[in-house]
Design a protein around this ligand. Structure first.
Ligand code: EPU
Length: 423
C-alpha cells in the first residue's frame, strides 16, 4: 500500500494537462456492451476505477486492448453475469446493468457494497428499468433483471429525495437506446458526463435528444454499431488542481479544461477572492495570486450547481481562508470523513447534520492522516501543500481510483511530494 509524503510550503508554478473524465469514461466503457462491433475510446484516464471497469468488461467476454489513453473494445459475445469479486470493488460497476439488460435481455449484477460517503441505493435505477419492462428479482446478493420479450419505451421520472441520479440516468438511457418505441426521462441528471455518454451513444447510432437537460427523449433503435469517441476533460480533476493553485500557486496553468463545465467551481473560487482566467477558447485556465481572500457559503447541488465531488477539496482551501465558511452537502450529507483528518492538522471545523462550519486558521501543520475516499484524499493532499512540515497520507489507493498520476502532476508543478511504500 502506497502513501504520499507532502512537504508543505513550496509554491506551485507551471502548467499541466488535465486528463479525460473518470466519471464520463466509466459509463462510456460500459456502453460498449451495447454493440458487437469495435469501439475506440480516447483519453480514458489511467486510474484504478477505469481499470476495474475494463476488468469487468473482460470478465463479461469483451476483447479489450489498451494503449496509453486509448481503449479499443469489442463485445462480440458477452455473458449476462457481472461477477461479485469485481463489482464489489467499485460502485460505478452498476452501470453495466442497463446495457447488459438491453443487449442480453437479462442482467445479473451483484449489488455493489456499502460506500464510505454514505448510503448509496440503486432504487431509482431499478425504478427506471422496471418502467422499461424489466422484471427485477434479488437473490444471493445479486440483482437479476429480465426482459425476455425485450424492453419497451416508457415515461419515467427519475427524481429521488436527493435530486436526480447520474448513473441511474445513464443506466436507463443506455437501456432505452435498444427499447421498442420512445422513452422520456423526466428529472434526468444534467451532468456533462451524461451528455458525453449520450454523444457516444448517438455516435453508435442511438437517437437521444435533450441530454444535458432535465428531460431526455430516446427513440429506440433495433441495433447500435461501433464508433470512436474522445472523452471530455475531467472537471473534478481540473477543480482539484484549481484549488491546489489557489492554495499554493504562483502562476499555475491548467490545459485541456472546459470552462463551461467549471462555472460553479470558478464562481466559488472567485467569491473567496481568487483570480481565475481562461483563454478565449475556454480550454486553458490560469490562477493568479491574489492577496485578499475570504470565507464563503457553499451548498452542493446537481449540475450546474456546485459539485459534491468538489466539497472536500474546497473545505481544505477554506480551512486556511480568513473568516467563517459554511458548506452544506445536500447530495451526500455524510460525506465529511476528511474533516476529522483536517482537524488533526489543526483545522477549526464543526460538522453538524450535513453542514460544516469552517473557521479559517492561518496555517495547518503536518500530521499522519488517512485517506477515506477519493475526494477526501484529494482534500488531504491539498491541505498538506501549505501545511507546516511533512504530511504523510496513507491509504493512497483511494486517490489512485480517480486521479491520474497525481503525484507526477504535482511534481511537474514543483510540489515537494514523494510516493513511498507503506511498511
Ligand atoms: N440515489 C438514490 N437512489 C438511487 C441512486 C441515487 O436515492 O437509485 C441518491 C444518492 O444516494 C445520492 C443522490 O441520489 O444522494 C445522487 O446520487 P447519484 O446516483 O447521482 O450518484 P452516482 O451516479 O452513483 C455519480 C458519481 C459520483 C458523484 C455523484 C453525484 C460516477 C461514477 N460517480 O455517482 O462521483 O458524487 O454522481 O454527482 O459518475 C466521485 O467521483 O468521487 C464520485 C463519488
Amino acid at each position: 500500500m502506497d502513501k504520499l509524503i507532502v512537504h508543505g510550503g513550496t509554491a506551485l508554478r507551471g502548467s499541466i494537462n488535465i486528463s479525460g473524465s473518470k466519471n464520463a469514461s466509466l459509463p462510456i466503457l460500459a456502453a460498449t456492451l451495447l454493440t458487437g462491433e469495435p469501439c475506440i475510446i480516447r483519453r480514458v484516464p489511467d486510474v484504478s476505477d477505469t481499470n476495474y471497469m475494463i476488468q469487468i468488461l473482460s470478465a463479461l467476454g469483451a476483447d479489450v486492448e489498451r494503449s496509453s489513453g486509448t481503449v479499443r473494445i469489442t463485445c462480440e459475445e458477452v455473458s449476462d453475469r457481472a461477477p461479485y469479486e469485481l463489482v464489489r470493488r467499485m460502485r460505478a460497476s452498476i452501470c453495466v446493468m442497463g446495457p447488459l439488460l438491453a443487449r442480453k435481455r437479462r442482467a445479473v449484477v451483484s449489488l455493489p457494497g456499502g460506500c464510505v460517503i454514505g448510503d448509496r441505493p440503486v432504487d431509482l435505477h431499478l425504478r427506471g428499468l422496471e418502467a422499461l419492462g424489466a422484471k427485477v428479482e434479488f437473490e444471493g446478493g445479486n440483482l437479476i433483471l429480465t426482459a425476455p420479450d425485450g424492453l419497451r419505451g416508457a415515461e419515467i421520472d427519475l427524481r429521488g429525495t436527493h435530486g436526480p441520479t447520474v448513473l441511474g440516468t445513464d443506466n436507463v438511457m443506455m437501456a432505452a437506446t435498444l427499447a421498442d418505441g420512445q422513452t422520456v426521462i423526466e428529472s434526468a441528471a444534467a451532468e456533462p458526463e451524461v451528455l458525453d455518454l449520450a454523444n457516444f451513444l448517438n455516435a453508435m447510432g442511438a437517437k437521444i435528444q435533450g441530454a444535458g437537460t432535465r428531460r431526455i427523449v430516446i427513440e429506440g433503435v433495433p441495433e447500435l454499431h461501433g464508433t470512436e469517441h474522445t472523452v471530455i476533460p475531467d472537471r473534478i480533476e481540473a477543480g482539484t488542481f484549481m484549488v491546489a493553485a489557489a492554495l499554493a500557486g504562483d502562476g499555475v496553468t491548467l490545459r485541456r479544461v472546459c470552462r463551461d463545465h467549471l462555472k460553479s467551481i470558478t464562481a466559488a473560487l472567485e467569491q473567496s477572492g481568487h483570480c481565475v482566467e481562461f483563454n478565449a477558447a475556454g480550454d486553458v485556465c490560469t490562477l493568479l495570486r491574489n492577496g485578499q481572500t475570504r470565507g464563503v457559503d457553499l451548498v452542493t447541488a446537481p449540475y450546474p450547481g456546485y459539485p459534491t465531488d468538489m466539497q472536500a477539496q474546497m473545505t481544505a482551501l477554506l480551512a486556511t481562508t480568513p473568516g467563517i465558511s459554511v458548506i452544506k452537502d445536500t447530495i451526500f450529507p455524510q460525506r465529511f470523513m476528511h474533516c476529522a483528518e483536517l482537524k488533526r492538522m489543526g483545522a477549526d471545523i464543526k460538522v453538524d447534520h450535513g453542514t460544516v462550519v469552517v473557521r479559517g486558521v492561518s496555517q495547518l501543520s503536518a500530521a499522519p492522516v488517512m485517506a477515506s475516499d477519493l475526494r477526501a484524499s484529494a482534500a488531504l493532499v491539498l491541505a498538506a501543500l501549505t501545511a507546516k512540515g511533512a504530511t504523510e497520507i496513507s491509504r493512497l489507493y483511494h486517490i489512485d481510483r480517480g486521479y491520474e498520476h497525481i503525484d507526477e502532476k504535482l511534481l511537474m508543478l514543483g510540489a515537494h511530494v514523494e510516493r513511498v511504500k507503506d511498511r
